[in-house]
Every structure is written in C-alpha cells, then in structure tokens.
Ligand binder design. Structure first.
Ligand code: ATP
Ligand code: MG
Length: 394
C-alpha cells in the first residue's frame, strides 16, 4: 500500500523540545486533515499518513500548506522482508520505463541482517535480472529508487518533495499581528506564522470614514492566513474618536506619527491581555514617511514589547511575490480606504522629534480615548472555512 512519509528536517535540531515539536506537528496535521479518510502515525523521526487513493491530491494540497514539514515522499510500504522488498523494487523499476537506475538504501532498523551498501548492490542485481533493458548508472541515473528499511515496514519511493518548512504553528507561542487591508501586513503575518508563532490580529477602523467593505477585506485576509495556523482572533478597534481628536489637536505634519504611536499603545495592551509575547506588522524600511528609521524609532518609543517586522528588509516587489503565492494579493488591492489613507497630511514629517510628539500628545486627553478604544474592542473568531456570518456586528 502507499503512504505519505513526512521527514521533520529542522525540527530535529531542537533537542530538548523535539517531542513537543513533533507532537504539535502531529496535532496540526490531524486537525488540517479532519474529515478526510486518513490514519496518521508518528515515530521519533517520521510521520506517516495512510490514505484512500482517490484522496491523494487533496491531501497533498493540504500537506503543502502546513508549517514544520520540510520534506515528504509518497512511498510504497511493504513488510521489512527481503522477498517483499525485492518484488516491490522490481515492480517500481518496471513501471518507470526508465533506462538507467540506482538504488539508495537507508537502514534504520539495525536488526535487519544486511547493511545498506550491500543491500543496494544486491537489489541492483535483482533489478538487472528481472527488468529487461535497464542499466545501472550510479552517477546520473534517470531513476533513483530509495529503500528505507525501518522496523516492521520498508518504504520504497522515487521522488522527494519539499514541504513549506518553518516550525509547526503554535510551537513558539503567540504574537499580535497589526493587520490592515494592505499588501504588506498579511505577508508579515504569514512569515511570522512560518516561525511557529500563532497569531491574534488587531485592526483599527474609523467608521464611518472607513467602510464595512474595508473591514470585510481584513476579515478575508485573516481567513486566508488562518489556512497556515488554527483559528485567528481578530480584535477590531473602534478608532474613530481617537483619530478625530488627533486630527483636531495635533499639528498636521505630526498626525500620522501620533496616530501610529496610539496604535502601538493599544496593540501593546491588547497583546498583553491576550497572551501575545510580541507585536508583528508590515512596516518596511523607507516605504512611507512613517517608516523612516527616525519615524520607526519615535513610534516604537511608546512600548518595550518586541516588534517583529518580517518585511522590513524586503522590496515591495518581493513582498508582492509572497502575497501572490499566499493568495492575499487580489484581496489586498481592492480599493477600500483604510484609516491610514483617510485624512492624509500633505507633508507628513519624515524625521519626527520625540519631544515634539510629547508636546502634541499633551494637547489632549488621549488616555481616556485610548481606554475607550480598548474597552470597546469587538473580537471575532476567524476560521479557514467561512462558517460565521459577521453581519450581526454592524
Ligand atoms: P500594508 O500594505 O500592510 O497596509 P502599508 O504599506 O499600507 O502597509 P502603513 O499603512 O504605513 O503601510 O502601515 C504599516 C503597518 O502598520 C501595516 O503593515 C500594518 O501592520 C500596520 N497598520 C496600518 N494600518 C493599520 C490598521 N488600520 N489596522 C491595523 N494595523 C495597521
Ligand atoms: Mg496600509
């Protein structure tokens, strides 16, 4: 029978944590394959999925989107008995219709009576004898038949596939993603998830200046990235009153800087309340006035929480490439206004001064407004499949 065999790769370097990483990957795989007719087993270095033939493509599509899988193969599984192995290898060589081949044996079951090198050359002889017209070529074969002898079963395969890599979702704790409707922040979320960090998301909205379509866009983006993790809690912050106050009291060129300082303050509090250890966002060095190094430092000054900026050093085109790959790009370019694009000052300050920020913030009672924002947050749970109807939030 055929099975999918998963190799853990980078996980194996995590000595003390290995069991935890493997168990989490196992749970994640089982969770993502829920509803499919499969059996999942694990041992210390491999995971195996038994499946119904007709489901293979659907399962591979899911496997390809699970972090923590570095390599996998679709293997024929036989008992670790010489005759069974011989027969299967002959069959594989015959069916391949290839002209040249080599055998690569790996023997993790040391009780198996023949060592790997001897077994490969023995099997080579068996193939030559039983498959007419095929030749051995150890340097550049058309076909490499891998034979992995493990306790109980042996796995025979010809192709290895790259998985998504990274760490299993949730093995490195949780972060808070500042998710706008733009191109950069969903990509930042995806890259954060890749390192095993689960996510909550925070979205600042300024109804009625921003629309319900803008919010739905953010919900759709959160749903897209939830494919790479479990459910995502999206915290929607009613930002209108605070943003209006900023534009009323603060001198025009500092409005964006102050607005972003407020976003960071609120994000820090929401992160703490939801057990998120870091904030992550889509800032990219130099992209806009608020993302010069001086701006970033003045904005960052309001919090001690680590800020992860996965796309900080990527060019826009590199970010767009990832956005297309994870299927967020087409949603991101829908033309609905975000709270950052309404009331944009003509000349936002490029090198803001911290002292000036403090002067501007002293002009109004922002703390009350901040607290109102936090206390009136609306949190919704987003899952990969569209189960919920969010109309009731209106
Ligand atoms: P993006 O394309 O991700 O929206 P951007 O190029 O529009 O980014 P900015 O608008 O300056 O850049 O925002 C920088 C980052 O700040 C965003 O990537 C996002 O992480 C966060 N951010 C901006 N606006 C919001 C918002 N309304 N809600 C939540 N986070 C936001
Ligand atoms: Mg934006």
């Amino acid at each position: 029978m055929q099975v999918i065999m998963i190799k853990y790769g980078e996980l194996t370097t995590k000595k003390g944590n290995r069991k935890f990483f493997v168990n989490t990957l196992y749970d994640n795989i089982k969770d993502k394959l829920k509803g499919k007719d499969v059996k999942v087993h694990k041992d210390i270095s491999r995971m195996y999925i038994e499946f119904e033939d007709k489901e293979l493509n659907g399962i591979l599509e899911i496997i390809n989107n699970i972090f923590g899988i570095h390599e996998y193969v679709v293997a024929d599984r036989v008992y670790s008995e010489i005759e069974d192995i011989d027969n299967k290898v002959i069959e594989v060589a015959k069916n391949s219709n290839k002209k040249t081949f080599k055998i690569e044996t790996k023997r993790s079951d040391k009780s198996f009576p023949i060592n790997s090198v001897e077994f490969s050359s023995r099997l080579g002889g068996v193939v030559l004898k039983n498959v007419p017209g095929i030749k051995v070529d150890v340097n550049n074969p058309e076909l490499t038949i891998h034979v992995e002898i493990r306790e109980g079963y042996t796995y025979i395969y010809t192709n290895e596939y790259q998985g998504l890599g990274g760490y299993p979702s949730g093995t490195l704790g949780k972060g808070l993603l500042m998710l706008s409707g733009g191109i950069d922040s969903p990509v930042a979320g995806y890259l954060t998830l890749k390192r095993g960090v689960a996510l909550d998301c925070i979205y600042f909205e300024s109804m009625p200046h921003t629309s319900i379509e803008a919010r739905n866009k953010v919900i759709d983006l959160a749903r897209k990235i939830s494919k790479y993790t479990h459910k995502i809690n999206l915290h929607i912050v009613p930002f209108t009153a605070l943003q209006e106050a900023i534009y009323h009291y603060v001198r025009e060129d500092y409005c964006i800087t102050i607005m972003r300082r407020m976003m960071y303050r609120i994000s820090e509090e929401v992160a703490k309340r939801n057990n998120c250890k870091v904030i992550t966002n889509g800032e990219s060095i130099g992209q806009v006035a608020s993302q010069t190094l001086t701006s970033m430092s003045v904005i960052n000054n309001v919090t001690n929480m680590p800020i992860i900026r996965p796309v900080a050093c990527l060019d826009k085109l590199e970010i767009i490439d990832i956005a297309k790959k994870i299927d967020t790009y087409d949603i991101s370019i829908l033309p609905f206004e975000d709270c950052c694009t309404i009331f944009v000052p003509k000349h936002p300050v490029i090198n803001p001064k911290l002292e000036q920020c403090l002067i501007e913030e002293n002009k109004f009672d922002y703390e009350t407004l901040l607290n109102d924002c936090i206390e009136n947050i609306n949190t919704i749970e987003i899952t990969e499949k569209k189960e919920n109807d969010y109309e009731d939030l209106l």
